[in-house]
Design a protein around this ligand. Structure first.
Ligand SMILES: CCCCCCCCCCCCCCCC(=O)SCCNC(=O)CCNC(=O)[C@H](O)C(C)(C)COP(=O)(O)OP(=O)(O)OC[C@H]1O[C@@H](n2cnc3c(N)ncnc32)[C@H](O)[C@@H]1OP(=O)(O)O
Length: 231
């Protein structure tokens, strides 16, 4: 086996272990928010969970440090709060590109509840920000959201397969390019997205419109210390 194959195998093993822990803690969260067991049981589970924390934090990363799952250039985000299999707060949403659109699927449990039985509006915004960003990134220009507006047309049901779709709209017409001052592409892109149930994809429950920019070199330096932020 070559050194590169060795590294690939190690990476796959790491990602599998990270996903396993993510799924286990996600299941714990799901159980915690639906549980109606007695107080003594809640307290004993809380104590058992607290005992587990030091074994995870024995080796930890700090802000700006890459996790082992996301080596430079991989473009992976295993702890992303929407798609990251390693992040227990992520549903996680599974995203595919279909005819140039980013299409995400997931089921949201009671941990994401806003109005009783339905998804919290902030969670819908989180999912749509991600899917719009994915559509923007898939066009070859990974960027940052500079604005996001939502229209909630109908409540999004919990425990129901959902479909989240994002695509690019027209760019800002007539915006002057100030590439000379800032050194990069300065036309914000518009992206549009929707949430519906998988069973009724044409019935839009939430609609989003966002604007994205590709940070120029100075901005990347200022915000991320110069590292290629998207990879
Ligand atoms: C198979 C393929 C798979 C692909 C797979 C990809 C997957 C990839 C998925 C990722 C999905 C993540 C999706 C989550 C995306 C987030 O959540 S991003 C996090 C949320 N956004 C932020 O944190 C941005 C915060 N904002 C900022 O840091 C600053 O406002 C900015 C954007 C750096 C600009 O600040 P600044 O340099 O001081 O510029 P400023 O003087 O304020 O700007 C003046 C004007 O120029 C505009 N402008 C500034 N910089 C730029 C620029 N670089 N370009 C254009 N216009 C600009 C400004 O918007 C502003 O416009 P107006 O408001 O006047 O219309």
């Amino acid at each position: 086996m070559t050194q590169q194959e060795d590294q690939q195998e190690e990476l796959a093993e790491r990602r599998a272990a990270v996903a396993e822990l993510g799924a286990a803690v996600r299941a714990l969260t799901d159980a915690a928010v639906v549980s109606e067991v007695d107080d003594a049981t809640l307290r004993s589970v809380a104590a058992a969970v607290a005992e587990l924390v030091p074994s995870l934090t024995a080796a930890r990363r700090e802000r700006h440090e890459r996790p082992a799952t996301d080596p430079p250039g991989s473009g992976h985000r295993w702890y992303n709060p929407v798609i990251g299999a390693g992040n227990p707060m992520a549903p996680p949403v599974h995203v595919e590109l279909v005819d140039g659109r980013a299409v995400g699927t997931c089921v949201l449990g009671l941990a994401y509840e806003g109005p009783r039985g339905y998804v919290h509006g902030g969670i819908s915004a989180l999912l749509l920000d991600q899917i719009l960003g994915h559509a923007h990134g898939a066009s070859g220009r990974p960027g940052m959201t500079i604005s996001l507006s939502l229209r909630y047309r109908g409540p999004v049901p919990l425990n129901t397969p959902l479909r989240i779709t994002g695509w690019l709209g027209e760019s800002d017409p007539g915006r002057p390019s100030d590439a000379d001052d800032h050194g990069d592409d300065r036309q914000p892109s518009h992206a549009i997205g929707t949430i519906s149930t998988a069973d009724e994809p044409d019935s839009v429950l939430v609609e989003a419109r966002g604007k994205f920019i590709v940070p120029n070199r100075k901005q990347v330096q200022r915000i991320f210390g110069g590292e290629d932020f998207a990879r």
